[in-house]
Design a protein around this ligand. Structure first.
Ligand code: SAM
Length: 189
């Protein structure tokens, strides 16, 4: 077990409902196990408090529970304890609101929501400012990640803060959510 750090006030949630597809249509994307694995490891590496994976489908949530239990108490827990440690901090929920409710229960405060997108536009907060805010406040924060072609406007607008996009030197900007999250955490923590 890695040396214990004090629990962080930063949480992460991967969302699948209220996404848009390439035509801008509202869709619910599919949960993928590689997202669960990879993002859990990034979250553990950066001492994120909890990684919530939200999906409205009970079947897909069951799939995520099966994976989590394999690594938490199945063969995987002895075969690869590092993976177990990462998945210990994964919470499987049905929605953003359920995750908000759990954080409120755990901390006695509603989390400040931080939305993300590769696209420009909107009133964005800089990484440095967001990092200082998280560090200087003890209140909980919930970093929202989308899937597909990103979160719909309604979901983005629920957030208290809208983080600036990660940008490369050119116009091309199509990071996977796994890669984007790792970069976001390296700039926020
Ligand atoms: N074009 C989509 C968008 O603008 O959100 C990218 C979708 S990407 C497959 C899924 C998620 O990864 C996004 O909803 C966002 O949470 C995150 N993401 C991807 N690229 C990002 C970037 N350059 N900056 C910030 N977040 C990014």
């Amino acid at each position: 077990m890695s040396a214990e750090l004090p629990p962080s006030n930063l949480n992460v949630i991967l969302l699948h409902d209220q996404m848009v597809d390439k035509t801008g249509k509202l869709v619910t994307t599919s949960l993928t196990l590689i997202d669960l694995h990879d993002i859990a490891r990034s979250c553990r590496t950066f001492n994120v408090n909890k990684f919530y994976i939200a999906h409205p489908s009970p079947h897909l949530r069951e799939l995520a529970h099966t994976l989590k239990s394999h690594w938490n108490d199945g063969f995987g827990s002895t075969y690869n304890p590092n993976r177990k440690e990462a998945l210990d901090h994964v919470q499987i929920v049905s929605s953003l609101d359920e995750a908000i409710g759990r954080i409120d229960l755990e901390t006695g405060q509603l989390p400040k929501l931080i939305s993300t997108s590769a696209k420009d536009g909107g009133e964005r907060i800089k990484f440095e400012e967001c990092r200082s805010m998280i560090r200087e406040n003890s209140s909980p924060y919930l970093l929202m990640l989308g899937t597909g072609w990103g979160m719909c406007e309604e979901l983005l607008s629920r957030a208290d803060l809208f983080l600036e996009p990660i940008k490369g030197p050119g116009q091309y900007n199509h990071l996977s959510v796994r890669s984007a999250l790792a970069i976001l955490l390296s700039r926020l923590v």
